[in-house]
Design a protein around this ligand. Structure first.
Ligand SMILES: [Fe+2]
Length: 326
């Protein structure tokens, strides 16, 4: 079957670019990982991976694999199961529905309690680039990744720095700033047919991006500018969304990524209430929606003029032409 040009079903093996395993010290599988989209551009953005984590054989802190990155940012969706998450001197239980955001120099590690669907998006991190070479190595020498000597070599070649095994006091997830709950976003804006929730701020991503969740009602539509100058990558977590890209119409549902090339005219219509994440995150939504609210509150007359919002869109890189309920 031909791959769809814009729709990536994460559960379809044909879309797995570099399927690979992680291994426990005894050689058993700890993680089944696959890359769905590769990093792109100077900040290595638009990268998305899917992992099925196996329950840890041993919950001893010695096996947590505490480590830090010095350049890379990691954002993970915990889509099923549960895990114990160690970060910055604390540990906590993270369950389905939470999102984890890890910045450089935050020492972190995890122990999975159940089979857990663990999906990640990254920027400024070189690990996924290595997937090309490690996949080839594994194909030719299936046992190479089980070799501890190769593992240390791999670690020393990517932006990953191992820390000493450690155990930390357990606290509620609400006391760990890296664990994000979509019910308690950093900022929330209600618009016609969509609630925009900011999960991570631009200041938490080295200024490179911000990370938003759109909760859209059935009947909500959005149409982008004719030739948008940046690509889009969306992750659909629930609901059904009909997209039109060029003249191609298709429906994206749960477990789908939608990857739209730059300059491609596109629009969407929500067919059943949907939750979607903007993985690209270049638009300065927080400034745009914040300024919009300020103008509405302080100068309603100015707000009514169409040029007011158009100027904000241009200033903050919003490429959506129109949106709202049909
Ligand atoms: Fe990490």
């Amino acid at each position: 079957m031909m791959k769809h040009p814009f729709l990536i079903d994460i559960t379809n093996k044909e879309n797995w670019l570099y399927p690979t395993n992680g291994y426990n010290p005894d050689g058993s599988v700890s993680e089944e990982q696959r890359t769905l989209t590769m990093p792109e551009g100077p900040h290595k953005m638009y990268c998305f991976t899917d992992s099925l984590m196996h329950p840890a054989q041993d919950q001893n802190p010695a096996f947590v694999g505490l480590h830090e990155h010095h350049m890379g940012y990691e954002t993970f969706f915990v889509e099923s199961g549960s895990m114990i998450f160690y970060i910055n001197g604390k540990k906590t239980v993270v369950e389905k529905g939470n999102i984890i955001h890890i910045q450089p120099y935050e020492a972190h590690g995890m122990v999975f309690k159940d089979y857990t669907i663990y999906r990640g998006t990254f920027h400024d991190w070189n690990c996924t680039d290595d997937a090309v070479a490690t996949a080839l190595l594994e194909k030719n020498y299936p046992n190479a990744k089980k070799d501890p000597e190769f593992f240390s070599l791999l670690i020393s070649n990517i932006d990953m720095y191992m820390r000493e095994p450690a155990d930390f006091p357990e606290v509620p997830a609400t006391e760990v700033p890296s664990v994000r709950n979509p019910d308690k976003p950093i900022a929330e804006f209600k618009l016609d047919g969509v609630t925009m929730k900011m999960i991570t701020g631009r200041w938490e991503n080295g200024g490179t991006k911000e990370f938003w969740r759109a909760e859209m009602k059935k009947g909500f539509t959005a149409e982008w500018q004719d030739y948008p100058t940046v690509q889009d990558l969306f992750y659909v977590q629930s609901g059904e969304i009909e997209f039109k890209v060029y003249d191609e119409v298709f429906t994206a549902g749960p477990d789908c990524l939608v990857k739209i090339p730059k300059y491609a005219p596109h629009s969407l219509v929500v067919k059943s209430d949907a939750v979607m994440y903007d993985i690209g995150g270049l638009t300065q939504w927080y400034a745009l929606l914040g300024d919009r609210e300020s103008i509405l509150k302080l100068n309603p007359e100015r707000f009514k003029k169409p040029e007011t919002i158009n100027a904000l869109k241009a200033k903050y890189g919003c490429l959506i032409k129109t949106c709202g309920m049909k």
